[in-house]
Write a protein that binds this ligand. Structure first.
Ligand SMILES: Nc1ncnc2c1ncn2[C@@H]1O[C@H](COP(=O)(O)OP(=O)(O)O)[C@@H](O)[C@H]1O
Ligand SMILES: O=C(OP(=O)(O)O)[C@H](O)COP(=O)(O)O
Length: 462
C-alpha cells in the first residue's frame, strides 16, 4: 500500500507501516477496481461467494472472512451495503424448478457476520412460488433501504440468490431479476471469485450499474496467474461431485497440465468411459462427455490412475461388511460396481502416483476424493502426500476442498494460511475455468466488469 504522506508535507506527525502488499496487485489495468468507485452515501450491491453452508451450518468461514476487507472498505468510504450470495444448488436444471429449503438459507452466514462484526443485518422477506422460487423483489424492501441509509441497520443480506426465479433463467425472468436487483443500488461490486457461472447476480447485473471488482476478487485474480503460468512439472488433482460444470474445463485443462489425477464422481465417470464398466450413480449421458478425455489420454498418457478404490453398498454410512476395496486392474467391459465412494489410501503408495506428486513443482488441488463425511481417508492421505513435497507451490481451491482440508488437517490448514508455498483459493471450479480460458480476465463475470468500465468511459469521456 502507498506510504502515508500528508499533503502539506508534515510527514513528521505520523508514519505508515509497510504491510508487504503490493499496491498494484492486478494483472490487467482494464479491470475496474473497488478503490476507483465513488461510494459516498451510495447503496452498494455486493455479490460475495459465501457458499459455505451445509445442512444449515458453516463448516469453514474462510470464504466469508476474505470478503471482510471489501465490506470494511465500502462502509469506511461511506457506502451502505446490500450483500448477496448463492448457497448450494437449489435450481434443478432438468425440471427448471427452484426448491427453497431453510437449511440453504443465508441465516447461518448472517448470524456469523453479526457475531463477528457486531452490526445488525436484516434479511428481507419475499413471497415465493413452490416451483419457481421468488418471482419479484417486493418494493417493501425500500423500508429496509431507508433504514440502511439512516444507519439504523448495518446491512441488508438478500435471500439465497438461487431462490430467485431469474437467477439461472435465460429469458424474461432473468432480465426482470437483474433490473429489479439493479434498482436497489447505485453501485455493484463483485467479490465472488468462486461464483464464475454467468448468472443474474454475477453477470447480468453489470448491464445496469457501474460495476467494480472487490478486494478479494482482485487478490484471487492476481494469484491465479501463478497457476496460469506454472513452474513445471504442473499437476492438477480434480475430484468432487460437480461433474456437470467441471468436465468441460477438464478437457481443456488436460492440454495444459503435465499430469492429471482424478477422483470422486469425475473419476468414476472417466473409469466407465475408459473400461466399459458400470458404476452406480454414473449416468450414461455423462459417460459420453468423459470419452473426449479418454481419447486424449490414449496418446498423451497424462492421467495418473489411482488403482485401489472403495466400493460401498449404501451411501447412508460406512458400515462394516458393506464396503470393500476394488482394483481398477480388475475392471473389464460389462462389469458392474456399486457406489465407488473413495480412493483407498493405498493408491497413494503406488510408484506412479508418488513419482507424479513428488516431482511436481506446481500442484493445483480441487479435490475431495471421497463421499464426505464418512469416506474421508483418501482425501486425508492425499493432503499428507502433497504436503510432503516441500519444493512445490501448492494451490488449493474449492469450498468443499478447503472444508475437508480444514477438518482433516486443522494444524496443516492453519499453517498453510501463513505459508508462502501454499495459497488457498475461494473457488475451485473458477480456477479450473481460468485454466481452461488461459486468461484470468477471460471469466464471464470478470469480462462483464471490464465491459462495464469500457461502456461507462465511452458514455462519459474525460
Ligand atoms: N465418489 C463420490 N461420490 C459422491 N460424492 C462424492 C464422491 N467423491 C466426493 N464427493 C463429494 O463431492 C463434494 C465436493 O465436490 P465439489 O463441490 O465439486 O468440490 P469443491 O467445492 O471443492 O469444488 C463433497 O461433498 C464430497 O462428499
Ligand atoms: O462452491 C463453489 O464452487 P467450488 O465447488 O468450485 O468451490 C462456488 O460457490 C460456485 O458454486 P457452483 O459451482 O454451484 O456455481
Amino acid at each position: 500500500m502507498a506510504p502515508y504522506g500528508q499533503e502539506n508535507g508534515l510527514t513528521r506527525i505520523g508514519y505508515s507501516v509497510d504491510d508487504g502488499l503490493e499496491n498494484d496487485k492486478i494483472a490487467d489495468p482494464r479491470l475496474p477496481l473497488l478503490p476507483d468507485a465513488d461510494l459516498k452515501d451510495k447503496i452498494v450491491l455486493l455479490r460475495v461467494d459465501h457458499n459455505v453452508v451445509k445442512k444449515g451450518e458453516i463448516l469453514d468461514q474462510y470464504r466469508i472472512d476474505v470478503t471482510l476487507p471489501t465490506l470494511y472498505n465500502i462502509t469506511e468510504r461511506g457506502g451502505r451495503p446490500i450483500l448477496m450470495t448463492h448457497v448450494g444448488r437449489p435450481y434443478d436444471k432438468k425440471n427448471k424448478t427452484v426448491t427453497i429449503r431453510k437449511d440453504e438459507s443465508v441465516d447461518a452466514i448472517v448470524a456469523y457476520l453479526q457475531r463477528k462484526l457486531r452490526i445488525k443485518f436484516v434479511v428481507p422477506k419475499f413471497n415465493y412460488d413452490e416451483k419457481d422460487g421468488i418471482l419479484d423483489i417486493d418494493t417493501s424492501i425500500n423500508w429496509l433501504i431507508t433504514d440502511l441509509r439512516k444507519r439504523k441497520i448495518g446491512g441488508i443480506y438478500l435471500p439465497n440468490t438461487r431462490w430467485f426465479a431469474g437467477e439461472e433463467d435465460k429469458g424474461e425472468k432473468l432480465e426482470r431479476f437483474a433490473i429489479q436487483l439493479a434498482g436497489l443500488a447505485d453501485v455493484f461490486v463483485n467479490d465472488a471469485f468462486g461464483s464464475w457461472q454467468p448468472h443474474g447476480s454475477t453477470y447480468h447485473i453489470t448491464k445496469y450499474l457501474p460495476s467494480y471488482a472487490g478486494l478479494c476478487m482482485q487478490d484471487e485474480l492476481y494469484h491465479v496467474e501463478a497457476v496460469l503460468n506454472p513452474t513445471r512439472p504442473f499437476i492438477a488433482i480434480v475430484a468432487g461431485s460437480k461433474y456437470d460444470t467441471k468436465i468441460g474445463p477438464l478437457n481443456q485443462i488436460y492440454k495444459k497440465v503435465d499430469k492429471l489425477v482424478l477422483g470422486g464422481v469425475i473419476y468414476n465417470t472417466y473409469l466407465c468411459a475408459k473400461y466399459g464398466v458400470k458404476i452406480a450413480g454414473v449416468q450414461d449421458s455423462d459417460i459420453e462427455l468423459a470419452k473426449e478425455l479418454v481419447e486424449q489420454d490414449k496418446t498423451q498418457g497424462k492421467i495418473v490412475e489411482m488403482d485401489i478404490l472403495v466400493e460401498t453398498d449404501t451411501l447412508s454410512g460406512r458400515f462394516e461388511g458393506k464396503y470393500r476395496a476394488v482394483n481398477v486392474k480388475d475392471f473389464a467391459p460389462g462389469k458392474t460396481y456399486n457406489y465407488i465412494v473413495d480412493i483407498d489410501p493405498l493408491s497413494l503408495e503406488s510408484e506412479d502416483v508418488l513419482q507424479a506428486l513428488n516431482s511436481a513443482k506446481t500442484i493445483f488441488v480441487n479435490a475431495v476424493m471421497g463421499f464426505m463425511p464418512n469416506f474421508w481417508h483418501g482425501t486425508s492421505k492425499l493432503d499428507e502426500v502433497i504436503d510432503n513435497n516441500q519444493s512445490a507451490k501448492k494451490y488449493f481451491g474449492g469450498g468443499d476442498t478447503l472444508q475437508a482440508f480444514k477438518s482433516l488437517h486443522p494444524n496443516l490448514y492453519q499453517a498453510a494460511l501463513d505459508n508462502t508455498n501454499y495459497y488457498l483459493f475461494t473457488g475451485g471450479g473458477t480456477v479450473l475455468k481460468v485454466i481452461e480460458e488461459g486468461d484470468s480476465m477471460g471469466l464471464d463475470t470478470v469480462r462483464a466488469l471490464i465491459e462495464n468500465k469500457t461502456k461507462l468511459q465511452s458514455e462519459n469521456p474525460k
